[in-house]
Ligand binder design. Structure first.
Ligand SMILES: [Ca+2]
Ligand SMILES: [Ca+2]
Ligand SMILES: [Ca+2]
Length: 611
């Protein structure tokens, strides 16, 4: 059962879908590379750092500014003021390109327009934020992909409204945000920092990020992921949050000055910190002794404050010491939530009149349920029977876990689903193809064994599992067919099937790739006798020369005298001789016959000689 809001009244309604958002698989669990640029590409090297802003300003919408590897020490904030521009590294390696603010510029990047993508780079040492989305008109479609953010003095990624404009429907994914021991002393204002901090924004998706170290010796930072002041329909999924003072927060405080909506969500309630949204399949782990002894300690893993119609499902919150407050908590009277199937090592608590339906949660769980807490690996061990297959049924099931593993019919409590059994996968491939041809691969996996992160790769036989020539996602299908392009080099290859955590589950039959045969030779040689000439009188031994040619190669020429083969040559220029003394007096015919390697042959014109 879930609370449903009927008019402005919160009621408990059995069997009715009251989730604010559909809770199915997230759009993408496979943090694969960004597609190659589709528009104009502008290549930039670190030597051009002084003109990078003017390059960005001159870029046309749809184009990509591609940074060569190296350190870019920025003289000023880079402002993305052209819509639809992508800024990314050429290498795709986020460690290869470093945009460094040296704590001397406010933001490393400021996004003001729609559909800006920033990908595959490291951003570091901002006085304020590493990425600040602050629109100068209505903004949507911001994509932050595969970033590494290190040591912002304030929140690493900040989204704000500006002059009445909002930034909506952005995505932050597959990124690592870190506050390190080196950067922590640069945090100011009583620990005014955090990982992702979003105000008054709608429809953001935050998934598959790793966010670590957001705590200070004194002061309480923002939650590692904080979405508030009237934000709406945020999806926070599959993130790993390590040693935060606070993990994930929707809303903050009982009194909210923030965005409101004309369609009156949450029954038109005012003072709402967050409308709707889902927090699902996240790991939150606190294990650093310094965090627990810091002034704020580890406060809470997931907190809702004035957050209405919010789903908190299948999260794992683990702390090696007790939190100051709770593993998961919900506060203030506008908070109405569904809190289901979470696995926590401490308690879940309502505070200050907040309401939630709770089902399938496991509280006060033992640290022994998890693979390696110190390494932030909160996957279940096989003995975690208190959680395995114990999830309560929810109206709209969560189909996949933090790894992309299928939940199956008996879901586990928490973010991880332990695979039911050793998966069996069969994989077959084309047995013989020619270079650059098409290899067809087909697989079948046991039910429940597949993940949307599974993939099939093409390998040279004997190559290591890290040397794939091409990879394709199986999209979580139990069976299917994929097509690969055969290599340009002949040899023996194979397909291999990998689970999302890169364990090889199957290998195909060998694929013999051969160079195609050249087209068959059907063209006969051309041959003529050049000496002796027609009508010539011969005596004694006479040299016979021929002109023989072929589209490929002449391999033999025979000489026929009066229709009978007399002699032959297999060596160019196919010179032969004729002993005329063996001939009777009178006229005799000479003819040459030339052969190519394919067996085609041709006769010359007849040359008549007299003895
Ligand atoms: Ca299960
Ligand atoms: Ca799993
Ligand atoms: Ca020929």
């Amino acid at each position: 059962m879930f609370y449903c809001r009927v008019s402005s009244v919160v009621a408990v309604v059995a069997g009715v879908i009251c989730l604010a958002l559909p809770v199915t698989a997230r759009a993408q669990t496979f943090c694969g590379p960004l597609p190659a640029p589709s528009g104009a590409v502008i290549d930039v090297t670190p030597l051009q750092v002084g003109s990078l802003q003017s390059i960005l300003d001159a870029a046309q919408p749809g184009s990509t500014v591609q940074l060569a590897d190296g350190v870019y020490t920025l003289p000023q904030t880079l402002v993305m003021r052209v819509p639809g521009v992508t800024l990314r590294s050429r290498s795709g390696n986020r460690l290869g390109v470093v945009l460094d603010g040296q704590y001397s510029i406010g933001n490393v990047l400021l996004v003001q327009k729609s559909n800006v993508t920033i990908a595959d780079v490291t951003l570091t040492r901002s006085y304020w934020h590493l990425v600040h989305v602050a629109p100068d008109g209505p903004v949507s479609g911001t994509l932050l992909h595969n970033l590494r953010g290190v040591d912002a003095s304030e929140q690493s990624i900040k989204v704000n409204p500006a002059e009445g404009n909002y930034a909506d429907n952005g995505v932050i994914r597959c990124s690592s945000l870190e506050l390190t021991d080196v950067g922590r002393p640069f945090v100011r204002n009583n620990c005014y920092t955090g990982g992702i901090d979003i105000h008054q924004a709608r429809g953001w998706q935050i998934y598959a990020n790793v966010i670590s170290g957001f705590w200070c010796g004194s002061g309480l930072p923002d939650p590692a992921i904080h979405v508030w002041t009237g934000s709406r329909d945020t999806r926070v999924e599959g993130n790993v949050i390590i040693n935060p003072a606070r993990g994930i927060g929707f809303g903050l405080g009982s009194v909210v000055i923030g965005r409101t909506y004309s369609d009156a969500p949450c029954g038109g309630a005012t003072n709402v910190g967050h409308y709707g949204g889902v927090i699902v399949n996240n790991f939150v782990v606190a294990s650093d002794p310094r965090l627990f002894t810091s002034s704020a300690g580890f406060d809470t893993g997931i907190g809702l404050e004035q957050s209405c119609e919010t789903n908190v499902l299948h999260n794992t919150v683990v702390s090696t010491n007790a939190p100051r407050s709770s593993s998961i908590e919900w506060r203030f009277t506008n908070t109405v939530a569904a809190i289901a199937n979470n696995l926590t090592t401490d308690r879940l608590v309502p505070r200050d009149g907040a309401r939630a339906t709770t089902s399938g949660n496991v509280e006060n769980a033992s640290l022994s349920l998890f693979v390696d807490v110190a390494a932030a690996n909160l996957h279940l061990v096989p003995g975690a029977t208190i959680a395995i297959d114990k999830a309560a049924a929810v109206v709209v099931p969560v189909s996949f876990d933090i790894d992309g593993d299928a939940r199956g019919s008996a879901a586990d409590v928490g973010a991880d689903e332990l695979p039911v059994a050793t998966p069996t996968v069969t994989l077959s491939a084309s047995t013989a193809v020619t270079t650059s041809g098409v290899i067809e691969g087909a697989w079948t996996a046991s039910t429940g064994a597949v993940s949307v992160a599974d993939w099939i790769g093409l390998f040279a036989s004997g190559a290591s599992d890290s040397a794939s020539r091409e990879q394709q996602s199986t999209s979580g299908a139990i069976s299917g067919t994929l097509f690969f392009t055969a290599p340009t080099t002949a040899g023996t290859y194979e397909l291999r099937y990998f689970s999302g955590n890169s364990v090889r589950l199957a290998t195909s039959n060998p694929i013999v790739v051969t160079t195609p045969d050249p087209p068959a030779d059907t063209i006969a040689p051309v041959v003529s006798i050049t000496t002796p000439t027609n009508g010539q009188t011969v005596a004694k031994t006479v040299s016979v020369t021929v002109a023989a040619s072929d589209n490929v190669r002449v391999v033999k020429v025979e000489l026929y005298v009066d229709g009978t083969m007399s002699t032959a040559s297999t060596t160019a220029p196919f010179a032969m001789s004729l002993n005329s003394q063996r001939l009777k007096r009178g006229a005799h015919t000479l003819r040459a016959k030339a052969y190519d390697a394919a067996g085609n042959s041709a006769l010359s014109q007849v040359v008549t000689v007299n003895r």
